[in-house]
Design a protein around this ligand. Structure first.
Ligand SMILES: Nc1ncnc2c1ncn2[C@@H]1O[C@H](COP(=O)(O)OP(=O)(O)OP(=O)(O)O)[C@@H](O)[C@H]1O
Ligand SMILES: [Mg+2]
Length: 349
């Protein structure tokens, strides 16, 4: 029988556990979200997130095993997110996974969270085989364009110089007094008949000739637009929220699609793989689908359950590393809140 991987993900505010058979049979994937806990503060308080992981994990682990009908002894490898993320959150999942690996006498895989997002479009319907491609990760903390040559062989093409795409969504959501996190709210309001051309907002770095991004100017433009709209409106007129959301979203998605397609052309890759929480965005999914079809590119979008944080993508990376003959992680290897993807430029050709 193919090996069974148990994976734990606690890089931020989701406590997630998954069991994966081989590299494609997901037995169970559970996510205990803390989002209600963090709404009151309008963002994640690391100390609170860490305590929530400590409370949730001991119950979630046996629950996942029971749901899959497997015993501890049947597990062949234990994986956990090693970074990047919040140190106090990463510590909880990694310590639990190491303890289990040690107790069960099984290898431990300390997985890079970004590699989890990056490879997630290849999981599931895409067949579980990582293919040469251009990968775009758009999450709460990262915006990253990567050339994927094979599992573990990546070349960084570009990334954000300031705010991540998801961070921009959340900050603009805050400016518009929307509930946290702002991304899904902006998506919902834009869908409710918002006019994406009503406000002409900046498209940062579109003509920069590289694959970097900048979203802080866009956020600032919204920030300065709001008082102008309030002054111009006769007393009591509500803000044109749907149009604001649609115009902001249009500006973000346009840049992401444009640069990703140029990257695919420059690297001669014919597959585009898009992942991370922002890849749940309705307009992003639609625009990428249309643009890739128009340019003869194959598009792999992470399935919705794998866009935001989950442990299935962590189990998938561990299983793919194992299958590719990459070594497990020594138990002495610490978590790394600033862990970067290993970019092996020379190997990526
Ligand atoms: N429909 C949507 N439209 C736009 N943004 C969205 C949507 N749904 C979720 N998001 C955004 O996705 C982000 C969360 O994604 P994810 O869980 O991948 O990020 P993270 O794990 O916090 O960050 P990282 O992976 O970089 O550490 C949030 O910023 C959220 O607003
Ligand atoms: Mg994430």
């Amino acid at each position: 029988m193919p090996p069974l991987t148990l994976a734990i993900e606690t890089s931020c505010d989701e406590t997630a556990v998954a069991l994966l058979r081989g590299h494609d049979a997901l037995l169970v994937s559970e996510v205990a979200s803390q989002i209600d806990r963090h709404r009151a503060t309008g963002g994640v308080v690391p100390e609170v997130a860490s305590r929530e992981h400590l409370g949730a994990l001991p119950a979630l682990l046996p629950q996942v095993l029971a749901a899959a009908g497997v015993s501890w002894g049947e597990i062949d490898a234990v994986a956990a997110t090693r970074g990047p993320g919040l140190a106090s959150s990463l510590m909880v999942g990694a310590a639990a996974a190491k303890g289990l690996a040690l107790g069960l006498g099984r290898p431990f895989y300390g997985v890079n969270h970004l590699e989890g997002h990056l490879l997630s479009p290849f999981f599931g319907p895409a067949g579980g085989h990582v293919r040469p491609s251009v990968g775009l990760v758009v999450s709460g903390g990262h915006t990253l364009l990567v050339e994927i040559a094979a599992v573990g062989r990546y070349r960084r093409l570009g990334g954000t110089l300031d705010d991540a795409a998801g961070e921009a969504f959340d900050k603009v959501g805050k400016l518009l007094c929307l509930p946290y996190p702002g991304g899904p709210e902006i998506d919902r309001l834009a869908r409710a008949g918002g006019d994406p051309r009503r406000f002409d907002l900046p498209r940062g770095m579109t003509g920069s000739g590289d694959f970097d991004f900048s979203f802080s100017g866009l956020k600032t433009a919204v920030r300065y637009l709001l008082p102008k709209l309030a002054t111009a409106a006769p007393g009591g007129t509500p803000l044109p929220l749907a149009d604001l959301c649609a115009s902001f979203q249009q500006a973000v998605v346009e840049v992401l699609v444009k640069k990703t397609l140029v990257a695919a052309r420059a690297t001669r890759r014919e597959v585009v793989a898009v992942s991370g929480g922002v890849s749940l965005n309705t307009q992003l999914r639609g625009d990428f689908t249309r643009a890739c079809a128009a340019h003869g590119l194959e598009l792999l979008l992470a399935s919705p359950a794998l866009c935001t944080d989950n442990a299935a993508m962590i189990a998938f990376v561990a299983a793919m590393h194992r299958a590719a003959g990459l070594p497990p992680t020594p138990l002495a290897a610490d978590i790394d809140p600033n862990l970067r993807l290993p970019f092996l430029v020379a190997d990526a050709a």
